[in-house]
Design a protein around this ligand. Structure first.
Ligand code: ARG
Length: 572
């Protein structure tokens, strides 16, 4: 069933077609009326005609019988007001619809999402937090729309550092090493290895020899490598569980997975005539990529020592994702500094014929997380902030907030709620900023019950649910006679009908903050409505209508938050 917006847009499109106006209409929800058609002025200008004339012509061609009334305003805006009958019909469908009128995609796609991707034996940093949280939201929304999402956790599990990491593991002894890694002491482990590598020449030699053994497939070396990977992946999983994201160990498809495919990458690139030798390395030069001195920038496929690097793996990954997984869309949720790397990899993949134009491929880039000093978020001694610690600290603060309130909630329920709010706070703060922008990590602001925060939205939801707990009879909402006489009720209703567009906008722009903005706006519409319109003390059909608005508001908030990976508790 098409959404309210789609019904109107289709009518508008026909009018545009009849008039052969060429361009696409721009229809927007509006505070002036219910919806507004924009862009007539620009169109008229392009046609060299007076805007009012084009607007009038459009009104004459527009068939909105039974749906809406329309009037031309200002220099050429079209204001649309839905008829009570159409509005009522749309709302009745919404009340009884378990997906809140969000259609399942008629063109289900296979979407590969490359996200999280921490590195073995290294602490996950806040950049990995962003990738994990944004990727999780995009995975959830796409799945909800009926697409097949394949999560690819492109863990850094290969490369020259593994020589020193394995040697350090041997020095420590397996048991001690496992102990340290399973405690999530990844950075201490990594730093100790790096320090020996930098200061001890024999250790350096051993490390180099170890890399050769690793690449040569030596059994014992591979067992030790596997140990590092398994321990790290188990630790990452603890972080994912603490964050409550969908990622599972089976989603880990690390860099090493592509090792067996690298020779084919080279063969393909060679036969396409793309591979050239440069300073002993095998590289691809791609038109349009130059360094600061304006010299052509090479994409290094195979280094002079014959080793493969990050780019080769990503080339193999594109080839695999299109060729074997049949991806229609590939999303890379990775920090902004890697933009050029991806541009070059995709350009090479296109040139090699692995990446048809029909595949949507996007770098879902994001900005930095900053400390209160507006510098990169680090601990006071300059170390990577542990993600688990962040959530734990947020939960402690949330618990303190809850305990300071008068409530009859049992202690264990309070603790569970504190964790839910901690996750909501951290995730929402991340998702609600435009992702390319940096943001300051400020737990107190994130946890506030007021303002554009996760806890505020969770609270808005719980508050509505509490209305239904005070209701003596079950609420069915199957036969509401909509009048929406109060403007705040109408404003809320229109907001509720706009969920499909909020989700579309989120997926088109790959900006989860679009959904956040929608939910926050909806919660505010609800508050205004609830202040103006008493619910339980209302009677008859007015009470039914208001209860229905409450019910759909709570369900919309709950669904919307769940698509962001945030739980909306029943009571708070
Ligand atoms: N492991 C990398 C890092 O920590 C991110 C990998 C992103 N994904 C990819 N296909 N390159 O920066």
């Amino acid at each position: 069933m098409p959404s309210t917006y789609e019904v109107l847009e289709a009518r508008l499109q026909s009018a545009f077609d009849v008039l052969k106006l060429g361009s696409d209409p721009v229809l927007r929800p509006s505070d002036r009326s219910d919806y507004q058609v924009n862009g007539v002025m620009g169109l008229a200008k392009a046609l060299g005609r007076p805007p009012r004339e084009v607007a009038d012509e459009l009104v004459a061609a527009l068939d909105l019988t039974g749906l809406a009334t329309v009037e031309v305003a200002g220099p050429g805006f079209l204001n649309l007001s839905l008829t009570p009958a159409f509005l009522g019909q749309q709302l009745n469908e919404l009340v009884t619809h378990d997906r809140l009128n969000v259609p399942v995609s008629t063109k289900p796609k296979t979407i590969v999402i490359d996200y999280s991707a921490p590195n073995v034996a290294k602490e996950m940093h806040v950049g990995h937090l962003r990738s994990t949280v944004i990727g999780d939201a995009l995975a959830r929304i796409n799945r909800f729309m009926g697409h097949t999402v394949i999560a690819r956790n492109h863990v850094g599990d290969w490369g020259t550092p593994f020589g020193m990491l394995i040697e350090h593991l041997i020095d420590l002894g397996e048991d001690a090493a496992v102990q340290s890694l399973s405690m999530g002491d990844l950075d201490t482990f990594y730093r100790a290895a790096r320090q020996k590598f930098d200061s001890d020449d024999t250790f350096k030699e051993r490390s180099r020899a170890r890399v050769v053994l690793l690449q040569g497939g030596d059994t014992e070396t591979n067992r030790l490598w596997r140990l590092l990977v398994t321990q790290s992946v188990a630790y990452f999983q603890e972080v994912y569980d603490k964050l409550d994201v969908l990622l599972q160990p089976s989603d880990v498809v690390g860099e090493s997975f592509y090792n067996p495919m690298l020779d084919d990458v080279v063969t393909d690139l060679k036969s396409a005539g793309l591979l050239v030798e440069s300073d002993g390395a095998q590289v691809v030069f791609l038109p349009g990529f130059t360094n600061r001195e304006n010299e052509p920038l090479p994409l290094i496929v195979q280094k002079s020592d014959e080793g493969f690097g990050y780019a080769a793996t990503d080339l193999a990954a594109v080839r695999d994702r299109v060729g074997n997984l049949h991806a229609d869309e590939i999303l890379y949720v990775v920090g902004a500094p890697q933009a050029q790397h991806f541009d070059m990899v995709w350009a090479a993949a296109r040139a090699a014929g692995w990446l048809p134009e029909s595949v949507r491929i996007e770098h879902v880039a994001f900005g930095n997380v900053l400390g209160s000093d507006r510098k990169m978020f680090k601990t006071r001694s300059g170390e990577t902030v542990k993600l688990v610690g962040l959530i734990d600290e947020a939960a402690e603060r949330a618990l303190a907030q809850l305990q300071a309130r008068q409530s009859d909630m049992a202690a264990d329920e309070q603790a569970a709620l504190a964790l839910t709010l901690a996750r909501a706070a951290v995730k929402y703060a991340d998702l609600s900023t435009e992702r390319q922008k940096d943001y300051v990590f400020d737990l107190d602001r994130m946890l506030a019950f007021e303002g554009d925060t996760g806890p505020y939205l969770a609270y808005a939801h719980a508050r509505i649910r509490s209305i239904f707990r005070r209701l003596n009879e079950p609420f069915l909402g199957d036969n509401v006679a909509w009048t929406l006489s109060d403007p705040s009720a109408r404003h809320l209703a229109l907001g509720l009908l706009a969920l499909p567009e909020a989700l579309d906008a989120t997926l088109n722009t790959l900006q989860p903050h679009r959904l956040c903005t929608y939910l926050f706006d909806l919660a505010q519409r609800f508050t205004t409505f609830y202040e103006a319109c008493p619910v339980l003390s209302a009677e008859g059909s007015l009470r039914e209508e208001r209860l229905a608005l409450c019910d759909v508001s709570a369900r919309t908030l709950s669904l919307g938050l769940s698509l962001l990976g945030i739980d909306a508790p029943e009571r708070m």
